[in-house]
Design a protein around this ligand. Structure first.
Ligand code: C5P
Length: 420
């Protein structure tokens, strides 16, 4: 057992169900002789009581930034610095967001901004909150700021879902505290970024290849043919596949959305580059063609900028691009077990989707209405109908992340069924 008798830990407890595990962490720290001072956020006090904390730490528990009696004995600046290490367990999405943005509107966030000590964070939240781009951005910012992370783990959640977001167990947090006190900075990468695989989950050991975004087909060195696809839906599918434990290759056209953490992202511009990248990524268990691939490219690439001139507007001759979805679905070798395409339509949605299912030899078509009024292209929501050879099912209007999670869960079940 490591001796931590000279060590002082300032423990910030956020408002999450996992706060009950923090009591066990305190017990283990105290067994090793460490002094633990606990700071409770207002939300945390709904999960653990100041009385249990005061009993376990044998110290006063701090809750209120404006408690004059506390400020008289030990001010918040002093409290934030009179420690060898600051530990946040559980660290909620809210605490991470506050810390990443330098907010200081309660005692916990003020201490975190005021401290000059190393901070170790044990995140705990629902998997969708953890995988939200906003949270991942905050985590990346904190990591760049030198904040250390332990976890989160992948597993069953209090809310009944399965995925990354569970707070690490007390022994793992204790080991991270010991390493942090010993000056170890290898802890600096949160698991979702550091680990080559999120590990367990229904797609563990499986490879999922996804295309996303538009393609750009050059007209000349400065102009190109493109479309309004943002990549939001395809990237959300990549994150969802990753959350279910898959090894994910994302082939992305030019998009503004960030690369999903833990996913191998290959950046391409044109349809032909996209096809090459997908073929190079095979074999795969599941292929999802979510990209809005340009149907045509100019016949002749022009090496110099086309000049405005007396001859008037140039005539562009277009030729068809390869159909990536159909090419992959018709492969005789290394055809992925499940091939999924999208049917972005502005009319006759279901009839066109059914035709596409057969014409492109795929196993599922996700049909969505992309008429201007729906705001689907570039927006955050999507209303889809899932069509397989067994029939069609319409899903309600959902956030694109929710569509992605439901879709990958369904594909994981189909994959399992195809193997049994
Ligand atoms: O024929 P259409 O473009 O409507 O088909 C849409 C589906 O086919 C989408 O899944 C899209 O990613 C895929 N596709 C493709 N390569 C193309 C055109 C479409 O993979 N050249």
């Amino acid at each position: 057992m490591t001796d931590l008798s000279a060590k002082r830990i300032l423990l910030v407890i956020g408002g999450g169900v996992a706060a009950y595990k923090t009591l066990e962490l305190i017990r283990r720290l105290r067994e090793r002789g460490a002094t633990v001072r606990a700071v409770l956020t207002r939300a945390a006090s709904h999960f653990v009581t100041p009385l249990s904390l005061a009993t376990l730490t044998a110290e006063k528990v701090y809750e209120d930034l404006f408690a004059l009696t506390d400020e008289a004995t030990i001010g918040h600046i002093e409290l934030s610095r009179d420690a060898d290490l600051v530990v946040i367990a559980p660290a909620t999405a809210d605490l991470l967001a506050k810390m990443a943005n330098g907010l200081a509107d309660d005692l916990a966030s003020t201490l975190l901004l005021a401290t000059d000590k190393k901070i170790l964070v044990a995140p705990a939240m629902n998997l969708r909150m953890w995988l939200r781009p906003a949270t991942l951005r905050n985590v990346q910012t904190l990591h760049a700021d030198g904040v250390l992370f332990v976890g989160p783990d992948v597993g069953d959640m209090a809310c009944g879902e399965f995925g990354p977001g569970r707070m690490s167990e007390p022994p793992a947090i204790l080991a991270a505290i010991e390493s942090a006190l010993a000056g170890d900075t290898k802890l600096a990468l949160p698991m979702v970024f550091a680990s080559p695989s999120l590990g367990r989950g229904p797609l563990e050991g499986g490879h999922v290849v996804i295309t996303s975004g538009p393609t750009h087909e050059p007209i000349d060195p400065v102009r190109y043919i493109a479309n309004r696809s943002s990549g939001k839906q395809g990237h959300a599918i990549a994150r969802a596949a990753r959350a279910l434990g898959a090894d994910v290759t994302l082939v992305a056209g030019p998009v503004a959305v960030p690369d999903p953490p833990g996913v191998t992202t290959i950046h391409v511009e044109t349809a032909r580059e996209m096809l090459n990248a997908v073929e190079a990524a095979l074999p795969a268990d599941i292929f999802v063609a979510a990209a809005a691939v340009a149907d045509w490219r100019t016949a002749e690439p022009v090496n110099n900028k086309i000049k405005k001139g007396a001859k008037g507007a140039p005539t562009l001759t277009l030729v068809e691009n390869p159909d990536i979805l159909a090419t992959i679905a018709r492969r005789t070798t290394t055809r992925p077990t499940i091939v999924v395409g999208f049917a972005a339509e502005t009319e006759k949605l279901l009839a066109n989707a059914a035709q596409k299912l057969a014409r492109k030899s795929c196993d599922m078509i996700i049909a969505n209405d992309v008429s201007g009024a729906t705001g689907v292209m570039g927006g955050d929501r999507n209303q889809v109908t899932i069509m397989t050879r067994e029939g069609a099912e319409s899903w309600p209007d959902l956030d694109k992340d929710e569509v992605a999670n439901r879709l990958m869960t369904k594909l994981a079940e189909m994959l399992k069924g195809s193997r049994s």
